[in-house]
Design a protein around this ligand. Structure first.
Ligand SMILES: Nc1ncnc2c1ncn2[C@@H]1O[C@H](COP(=O)(O)OP(=O)(O)O)[C@@H](O)[C@H]1O
Ligand SMILES: Cc1ncc(COP(=O)(O)O)c(C=O)c1O
Length: 278
């Protein structure tokens, strides 16, 4: 038997199972890669306070990472919620010490239920230490805007311009996710020479908690299988579009995407891919 490739998520725990570490591990499993997790923080809602993030010590983060590397090894990593500049600096140095070919950085800042997942003073550390190590970064529109000093981004053309400008931060590839715009769900990839758009129909649902987490985890999973970046993004876009098509909610809270949907029902929609040279 050939061993599956090995993917690691370094991210926060999201108790409801829709986002964060939980979404990443479900995605890895669905895509047939061996999943590992390094928990950086625990997000839990406290109805009577706004203290909904419980930090994990740097020592515990380092201990998880070295255990996973020694017990298993790693082919590709994705980072999600990192919360503080201290965690970002540590995670960047751990990643630099590991023999990996693929790093997906999802610059998670604010959750869909408005949890603050990154401190304001951590943004510079993200730019300085982690993004330059990335194979690809996957900001949504508000995150891309913050990384570009609060530039307004409200059209696909502005997403294209933003993707080109974000490459100056040092990541090889930039993928801006258009989930927050109206109209078709268009994501823009810039690889340094080409702009590629990946377009899916907009699905009429609010249940997209963890969509960005699952999408970046799916890209990481495909990269560990030695797919190139274009193939990895296309397959991940098919995966997340199908997971959103079959999303649901158990309560009146924004619900999860359906991680098993592609396995159970096959791809829900064709993705339109367009490519232009810059
Ligand atoms: N209603 C929707 N219909 C189809 N695709 C969507 C929808 N909402 C988000 N997406 C897609 O889901 C992926 C995650 O995007 P987004 O929700 O913007 O990320 P995040 O969770 O980081 O905010 C992207 O490919 C985006 O285009
Ligand atoms: C730990 C963690 N990471 C990431 C996210 C981001 O989720 P989303 O992709 O829905 O923005 C959340 C949302 O609450 C979270 O709790």
């Amino acid at each position: 038997m050939k061993h599956p490739s090995r993917a690691m998520t370094i991210a926060g725990s999201s108790a409801g199972g829709s986002a964060g570490i939980q979404a990443d591990l479900k995605t890895f499993q669905e895509l047939d890669v061996y999943g590992m997790s390094i928990i950086t923080a625990i997000v839990g809602r406290h109805p009577k306070t706004d203290k909904n993030v419980h930090a994990i010590s740097l020592e515990a983060i380092e201990a998880q990472f070295s255990t996973a590397i020694k017990q298993v090894g790693v082919d590709g990593i994705k980072t999600g919620m990192l919360f503080s500049k201290e965690v970002i600096e540590l995670v960047a140095s751990l990643i630099e010490s590991a023999p990996i070919n693929h790093l997906v950085v999802d610059p998670v800042m604010i959750g869909k239920m408005n949890s603050k997942l990154l401190k304001d003073d951590a943004i510079e550390a993200l730019k300085k230490y982690l993004i330059p190590l990335a194979t690809i970064i996957t900001p949504n529109i508000p995150e891309a805007s913050v990384l570009l000093d609060h530039r307004s981004i409200s059209t696909v053309d502005e997403m294209k311009k933003a993707a080109i400008d974000l490459q100056q931060l040092g990541s090889k590839n930039i993928l801006i996710k258009g989930g927050r715009l109206e109209g078709p769900a268009v994501d823009v990839l810039f690889d340094g020479t080409h702009l590629t758009t990946f377009e899916a129909p907009r699905i009429d649902t609010v249940n997209t908690s963890g969509a960005g987490c699952s999408y970046s985890a799916a890209i990481a999973a495909q990269l560990t299988k030695e797919k190139n970046v274009d193939e990895a993004v296309l397959e991940a876009k098919q995966y997340i579009t199908t997971a959103i098509e079959y999303s649901f909610s158990y309560t009146d809270v924004v619900g999860p995407t359906n991680h098993a949907a592609k396995r159970n029902y096959g791809n829900a929609h064709d993705i339109i891919v367009k490519n232009e040279k810059i």
